[in-house]
Write a protein that binds this ligand. Structure first.
Ligand code: ADP
Ligand code: MG
Length: 364
């Protein structure tokens, strides 16, 4: 099923919808265009509130389901326009939707932005709901990325791919293993501090964090959270690592409260430390680490990570893959795999009974 596909993804950062135009041909995967379509502020706030406190009336949830779909449609239209692509030349859209609740213990996972609207309004077949089949087969429904990383980097020896979004996760690929799990906070808590204290959405290039040393005592306290020591498979989200979590930690922190800059620097180091802890649990040390996600732009984080690791830390850009586009490209790939009725090899990662064909198809 070669051809053009569009992948749509928005993660826990709620910065906007990543849209990637991807061409599959003879086993090659080429990125033809990419953009991030920012969420309007009111919608971003509503989604953020729902992420941090998962409670809503059915009416407001339905409204969000519809409004998010409209944004995903608009992101698609912007991408088609930017790349001069006619919608009829696109085989399918793969839309992740916006996760508002992920609860493998129920087990359920809810992504909103209903694909029926995206399909009808773009006139492109839309594949979506990629997590539920794995959950129904007893898995965590996450992470999905390791299977795609395996496809992209089939040739590498022992590779760790680290995605730093609102939450951070690691994929590990070796001849004998494909593993993946969330390590904990990525940029999410840092973004919150930037909005609260510095009047910006994120710490551009990690410049603010670089100005102050981390508060090691606070860092030690943050690291006592049970999540970090839990073995994989494990997933987490902003329903857990959020401002309420941070406020609880700060309230019980008996030493002097950190300045906003020291707090930001400490949270940056928390992401670094928990990634290093995660890397240490891998069956063997990787020969190389590739970073993707918006956190690939945080130079302070990358420098600190490299400082602590013996193996080279690069971004996926070194392999010609735009770090911001990785997850949207994965959604395009998942759409293609769904049309081909191929199970996605994830059971060993998510803990599912067997590999599942992921997603449902909504026709234009
Ligand atoms: N130039 C930059 N410098 C530092 N951080 C950045 C930069 N650009 C983006 N980011 C970070 O990346 C985040 C978005 O990353 P993304 O991979 O889209 O995460 P998610 O999947 O959670 O939406 C932003 O919220 C911000 O923290
Ligand atoms: Mg994002």
């Amino acid at each position: 099923m070669d051809g053009l596909y569009i992948g749509l993804m928005s993660g826990t950062s709620l910065d906007g919808i990543d849209a990637a135009l991807v061409e599959f041909s003879d086993g090659n995967i080429a990125l033809k265009g990419f953009l991030t379509y920012p969420y309007p502020q009111a919608l971003q706030q509503a989604l953020n509130q729902l992420n941090e406190q998962p409670q809503a009336s059915l009416k407001s949830l339905c409204q969000l389901e519809h409004d998010v779909a409209m944004q995903f449609t608009q992101a698609t239209q912007a991408l088609l326009e930017q790349t001069g692509t006619a919608s009829k030349t696109v085989t399918a859209i793969g839309s992740h939707g916006q996760t508002v609740f992920h609860a493998p213990d129920i087990p359920m996972s809810l992504q909103i932005g209903h694909p029926a609207f995206i399909a009808k309004q773009t006139a492109v077949t839309t594949v979506a709901d990629f997590r539920i089949d794995d959950l129904a087969n007893g898995g965590q429904g996450a992470p999905l990325a390791p299977a795609f990383h395996r496809t992209l980097f089939a040739h590498t020896e022992r590779l760790a791919v680290i995605n730093i979004g609102g939450i951070a996760n690691i994929s590990y690929l070796s001849p004998s293993d494909t593993l993946g799990f969330d390590t904990g906070p990525g940029n999410g808590l840092m973004d919150d501090i930037c909005r609260q204290h510095f009047g910006c959405d994120y710490d551009a290039n990690g410049q603010l964090a670089a100005q102050t040393e981390p508060d090691n005592r606070l860092l030690a306290q943050l690291l006592t959270d049970d999540y970090f020591a839990q073995p994989a498979p494990k997933t987490t989200g902003k329903d857990y690592f959020n401002q309420a979590w941070l406020n609880r930690q700060l309230t019980s922190f008996s030493s002097e409260q950190p300045t906003p800059k020291a707090l930001l620097s400490t949270l940056n180091q928390l992401t670094v430390e928990t990634l290093i802890q995660g890397l240490k649990t891998l069956p063997e040390p990787p020969t190389e680490v590739l970073i993707c996600g918006g956190g690939a732009e945080n130079q302070t984080l990358l420098n600190r990570l490299q400082h602590s690791l013996r193996y080279p830390v690069k971004t996926t850009a070194d392999y010609g893959i735009h770090p911001h586009a990785m997850e949207a490209m994965m959604c395009a790939w998942l759409a293609q795999q769904r049309l081909l009725n191929r199970p996605i090899p994830l059971a060993s990662i998510t803990g599912a009974k067997r590999d599942s064909i992921l997603g449902g198809i909504w026709h234009a």
